[in-house]
Design a protein around this ligand. Structure first.
Ligand SMILES: Nc1ncnc2c1ncn2[C@@H]1O[C@H](COP(=O)(O)OP(=O)(O)OP(=O)(O)O)[C@@H](O)[C@H]1O
Ligand SMILES: [Mg+2]
Length: 259
């Protein structure tokens, strides 16, 4: 893969695109630990937006607020125009089917086979798909998109870390979400496996036409997949721009991200 190649046609005017996610003034503290201090983001249709921040900067807290796993202290979070902080449980559940979430660490269920892991979201979100009598075609489609159809009857423990990551991505794709959140998709993987995952993210983007929010501190990953980037420092947007703009900055704090 050519590392300098970027997957996006940036010629399209961003403002003409639909706003998929909008976060305004997000705040979250744990006691005296003020993690998010007015964080903002906009994710447009078809865009790959990368958020970079140091360990402990609040990236995972932000995505947990975004999918309703954690409640923010203040701020608004709109998913395709709906403010999720104002939805009831059922509405929130429904909105969450529009977001596929690749957790940091894969969060596959160890005691379930790969098939059962992928079946889980289908059963949980019956409202969107109705009762699917035969889940096999949907499961196979998702597994094929990550190149792992042959693992359907295996247990997660029988797969390598990189394969587990790909299964987690298949599980995130099975509800055909419009948005995918990747929390550290390449962390803990060797460089070759990381490249495979990055390549897979590119393919998924093309096949499923998703909009993606990618949390990473992997500079190679950011270079290849980002259309736009936000640097998160002290719980707020420190700098924004394209990879090329930020990577060529002379500002010390920004330079530190690209070392
Ligand atoms: N449930 C929680 N209770 C208390 N503090 C928490 C909780 N979750 C996160 N924190 C704190 O919030 C801060 C940000 O954590 P977070 O997991 O978002 O970091 P991160 O930017 O994702 O880091 P990494 O790159 O290591 O994944 C940390 O100081 C962490 O200790
Ligand atoms: Mg994290």
């Amino acid at each position: 893969m050519n590392q300098t190649e970027n997957i996006f046609d940036t010629s399209k005017n961003m403002q003409d695109r639909k706003l998929m996610l909008e976060i305004v003034g997000l705040r979250k503290s744990f006691g005296d630990n003020h993690v998010l201090n007015g964080f903002n983001l906009e994710l447009y249709e078809g865009e790959n937006l990368v958020i970079m921040g140091k360990s402990g900067a609040g990236k995972s807290v932000m995505v947990k607020c975004l999918v309703g796993l954690m409640s923010a202290d203040s701020g608004s979070i709109k998913v395709m125009g709906k403010d999720i902080t104002k939805l009831n449980r059922a509405e929130l559940d429904d909105t969450r089917t529009e977001i596929g979430f690749l957790f940091q660490g894969n969060a596959l269920y160890d005691s379930m086979t790969i098939r059962e892991n992928l079946e889980f979201p289908l059963r949980r979100h019956k409202a969107k798909f109705g009762t699917v009598e035969d889940t096999t075609p949907l499961i196979m489609e998702a597994l094929e998109s990550v190149g792992l159809a042959h693992t359907i009857n295996l247990m997660p423990s029988e797969l390598s870390g990189g394969m587990q990551k790909r299964i987690a991505l298949a599980r995130a794709l099975i509800l055909k979400p419009k948005i995918i959140l990747y929390d550290e998709p390449t962390s803990g993987l060797d460089p070759i496996t990381s490249k495979e995952i990055i390549e897979l993210m590119r393919r998924v983007q093309k096949q499923y036409k998703t909009s993606s929010l990618i949390i990473t501190h992997d500079v190679d990953c950011a270079r290849v997949v980002s259309e736009r980037m936000i640097l998160l420092v002290d719980g707020t947007n420190y700098a924004e721009g394209t990879f090329a703009e930020l990577a060529s900055s002379n500002e010390e704090q920004i330079k530190a991200f690209f070392k």
